[in-house]
Design a protein around this ligand. Structure first.
Ligand code: GDP
Ligand code: MG
Length: 301
């Protein structure tokens, strides 16, 4: 089980005061709704900026960032507390290895999460890549198979490397919305979200720039090329998702083990029997009755 010493959120004081007051407002709003703890699970492929995003949210270097995948493949939970509010963030190793989803890593993450409740999932990818492919879909499918489709009701797409000049003369907002739509499309496919469900389960997208060279506004807050102070914006979206949903997803033994393929079929047996009785046996009986009723006496009788 993921257990962690809860430390004071010292990174909070490192944020510019404009950011601090926005975050305090969110903390107070959450506490008003009796949400004193928030647990965020961060997942995605390797090298997309998961660990960097964790550090940006915390305002400190809590987890290791590496340009090359030299990280020890294990999840890490960081817990920070401020004004009697606890923020837990779980950073995880990349889910892809050698062109495939690494099921062992996924299993490790699930076991690590045992008895924890997930309030929000950050699905991280890069803003500055121009395509999505089947592997992305497989990653989303693997997350969905592990935690259930409901995880996407608490899902957020986070696109890193957001301080980018769009290609082909596109405007920045045009570029981000196109990339967002492409990633969301693959998420819906991988999570098997049907067309009629899309509106009800709309997944927010937030752009982030983790680099130290990120531009800042006059209040010293890190901003995107469109002027958005992205740290408060990310935490605002996280809070919105949490407050719009009921209790989080508890990772228990049943969820970790998943549906047993041997029992899956067994559950259907009584259903199939009932179907056969109602639609097959009953019908045949009716036909026989009708035939008997209609039958004329043979001449020899
Ligand atoms: P992870 O494997 O998904 O945890 O990715 P990391 O956070 O370790 O980041 C991988 C590399 O990308 C590191 O060299 C980071 O410094 C870099 N990186 C991560 N996020 C950003 C970002 O938003 N902008 C830029 N310019 N670099 C980033
Ligand atoms: Mg990492």
């Amino acid at each position: 089980m993921a257990s962690q010493v809860i430390r004071e959120w010292v990174g909070f004081q490192q944020f510019p005061s404009a950011t601090q007051s926005k975050l305090l407002e969110l903390i107070r709003k959450s506490k008003q709704e009796r949400r004193n703890t928030l647990t965020v699970l961060v997942m995605g492929k390797g090298g997309v900026g998961k660990s960097s995003t964790v550090n940006s949210i915390l305002g400190e270097r809590a987890v290791t960032v590496s340009a090359f995948q030299s990280e020890i493949p294990r999840p890490v939970m960081v817990s920070r507390s401020w004004e009697e509010f606890t923020l837990n963030i779980i950073d995880t190793p990349g889910l892809v290895e050698g062109g495939y989803v690494n099921d062992q890593v996924l299993d490790l993450i699930k076991r690590f999460l045992l008895n924890n409740t997930i309030d929000v999932l950050l699905y991280v990818d890069r803003l500055d890549s121009y395509r999505v492919d089947n592997l992305d879909r497989q990653v989303v499918k693997a997350i969905t198979d592990s935690f259930g489709k409901e995880i996407w009701r608490r899902g957020l797409v986070v696109l890193t490397h957001a301080q980018v000049s769009p290609p082909d003369g596109l405007r920045y907002d045009e570029f981000t919305s196109r990339r967002s739509e492409a990633v969301l499309k693959i998420v819906r496919l991988g999570a098997r979200i049907r067309k009629q469900e899309v509106k009800a389960s709309s997944i927010p997208v937030v752009c982030v720039e983790n680099s130290g060279r990120c531009n800042k506004n006059e209040l010293d807050e890190k901003i995107l090329p469109n002027g958005t102070a992205w740290i408060p914006s990310l935490l605002q979206t996280i809070t919105d998702v949490v407050l719009s949903e009921s209790n989080g997803i508890l990772v228990d033994q049943k969820l970790i083990e998943g549906p047993n393929p041997n029992n899956k079929g067994k559950l259907l047996i009584p259903l199939i029997s009932a179907f056969q009785y109602l639609f097959v046996v009953k019908r045949i009986q009716k036909w026989i009755k009708n035939d008997i009723a209609r039958e004329s006496r043979p001449s020899w009788a």
